[in-house]
Write a protein that binds this ligand. Sequence first.
Ligand code: F6P
Length: 323
Amino acid sequence: MNRIAVFTSGGDAPGMNACIRAVVRCAIYHDVEIYGIKRGFDGMIKGNIYPMNSHSVSNIIQKGGTILKSARSKEFMTEEGRKKAYQQLRNFDIDGLIAIGGNGTFTGAKIFHEEFGIPTVGCPGTIDNDLFGTDNTIGYDTAVNTALDAIDKIRDTADSHNRIFFIEVMGRDSGYIAIQSAIGGGAELVMVPETRTTIEDVIETLKEGRLKHKTSAIVIVAEGDEEGNATEIAAKVKEKTLDLDIKVTTLGHIQRGGSPTARDRILASRTGLAAVEGLLNGMKSVMAGIVNDELVYTSFADTIQKGKPIHEDLIRMVSVLSI
Ligand code: F6P
């Protein structure tokens, strides 16, 4: 393998830059030419591909976002789009790919390999932490810390005004950010897509809190909860409990930005290096992850199909610790 390319795809995540840096520097260390593809699969289709060197990744380890930009490509989902992407890679003589992203990215890379034989090794880049084959994903730790910082501030004002706050965190299909920030933020309740919490359960918890002379409460809601988003859930609760002073805050994309934490930079560096060395050793359609502090490669098929359930103990912990 003489020339490989790296790209970021899907939702960006803090630490993606640290991962790009590791990929570029590791390729150069092994005397392999390294190219960057801008805007993920979209850039691959359009030939938005350029050579990188050691200096291309100077001074980015601490930066949020991704210098390679990201996108969710609709065109790559079509065979026609993938054909164009393959032709572009041929034009640039690229033999292998490093994909930094989540499930959608790995699904695309797996199909692409099956159709055109271009091998890809992945790095787990998503704030959602929903990938099987790694204990944590790049960006997750930073996102949880960003959410916690906001929750602490909201708690101050919630307490001053005796209010109940519903705080929505990201996670369309996954409650990892919600559960960790609920534990770390001392929330009264957490609502995640993985388990069912009804409006009656919420009202019950809030009423119990009142009986125990709690003056304020924090409910963390993952955006993909089956009862709706935080605004919808708060409206349903309000309808049935007119006497409660309820406010809603949606943290939104603030969780996707910012300087990566030490944990995210190190995870990004480890998996970036491992992905390049895996690719050079003939691996294909696998993701480099860290499980129990050990490097593991998991097939894209498993990463995509096998879920990563939230430990029941963590959900129980929120209610036990908020009595
Ligand atoms: O996958 C990461 C994520 O931030 C999810 O938590 C969220 O549901 C989604 O991306 C939002 O995507 P977009 O920025 O494209 O709206």
